[in-house]
Ligand binder design. Structure first.
Ligand SMILES: Nc1ncnc2c1ncn2[C@@H]1O[C@H](COP(=O)(O)OP(=O)(O)O)[C@@H](O)[C@H]1O
Ligand SMILES: [Mg+2]
Length: 265
């Protein structure tokens, strides 16, 4: 069944979006005073690649994902997806949060179906819900309610709810942050597989340097707020990766050094 779901997913393979941020600055107002959050951030991401963003808490990582999702617009500079300035939110660009926020009165299947229902295309696209549920390994739990799921399963539902839209850009904001460490390790491998199968562009915000290095092809390291890019680290290792790879240990030292944590290693 899983093989079939993967095959079906492969047949509907989407192409990942290209991302270009040019001199993006952003500030909020806090008690009448400006709060600068992003400071002149520029970077591009190739279609289909998997890139992580790490940096101190509160530096502006979630804000950056919100700009890409179209939930907010930058004070300065341009955020482009496939060459066009990002306007309103769109199902081709989906943001997944740390907290799965499922509707408790809806089953797994009905929670996953939400996006298609909102677009009014559920009737003709029910197979997409079935596929998404299978892709995240929740076959057999379609009729379960959120209170009957573990934390890892609930986060799988949140991922399926994103994938059902067949996004071309998947924005992951600390999606595994609340999970226990064993579930987290399992789901890290699953996220890599999902990314490889779907062919989409993925951006992962994480506070876990090892997770960033294990999952993604490139790690952008941000400094303290207002965030600027302080390092752009290529993780030039094939998948599947091995956690004990000495190259990963070397890159971890490099990344921690950029975060000012070198002394602990
Ligand atoms: N809507 C908002 N209004 C005012 N300040 C905000 C808003 N959203 C975020 N901030 C502030 O912007 C800064 C960056 O937040 P965020 O992007 O969530 O950081 P990170 O995800 O890197 O931890 C924080 O100081 C936060 O308090
Ligand atoms: Mg955040």
């Amino acid at each position: 069944m899983v093989a079939l779901a993967l095959k079906q997913a492969a047949e509907t393979t989407v192409t990942g979006q290209q991302i270009d941020l040019e001199n993006v600055s952003h500030q909020f107002e806090l008690k009448g005073a400006p709060l600068p959050v992003l400071d002149n951030v520029s970077f591009s991401v190739e279609p289909g690649s998997f890139v992580s963003l790490i940096g101190p808490s509160g530096c502006g990582k979630s804000t950056l994902l919100r700009l890409l999702a179209g939930l907010d617009h930058p004070t300065d500079g341009t955020v482009k997806v496939d060459g066009e300035s990002v306007g309103d939110p769109d199902p081709s660009r989906i943001l997944v949060f740390q907290d799965p926020t499922l509707f408790p009165w809806r089953t797994v299947w009905d929670n996953v179906a939400l996006g298609l229902e909102a677009q009014g295309i559920l009737r003709s696209a029910r197979h997409r819900v079935d596929n998404a549920v299978q892709l995240v390994g929740l076959s057999g739990f379609e009729k379960a309610y959120p209170h009957q799921l573990s934390g890892g399963m609930a986060q799988r539902v949140a991922l399926a709810r994103a994938l059902v839209n067949e996004p071309r850009l998947l924005l992951l904001d600390e999606p595994l942050g609340k999970l226990d460490s064993l579930t987290r390790l399992t789901m890290q491998g699953e996220i890599v597989k999902l990314w490889q199968e779907a062919g989409l562009t993925a951006l992962l915000v994480t506070h876990d340097v090892e997770e960033a290095l294990f999952l993604t092809q490139r790690v952008l390291v941000f400094g303290p707020r207002p965030a600027r890019i302080v390092a752009d680290i290529a993780v030039d290792l094939p998948y599947p990766r091995h956690r004990g790879d000495p190259k990963l240990a070397e890159l971890r030292r490099e990344a921690l050094g950029h975060l000012g944590l070198a002394a602990t290693w």
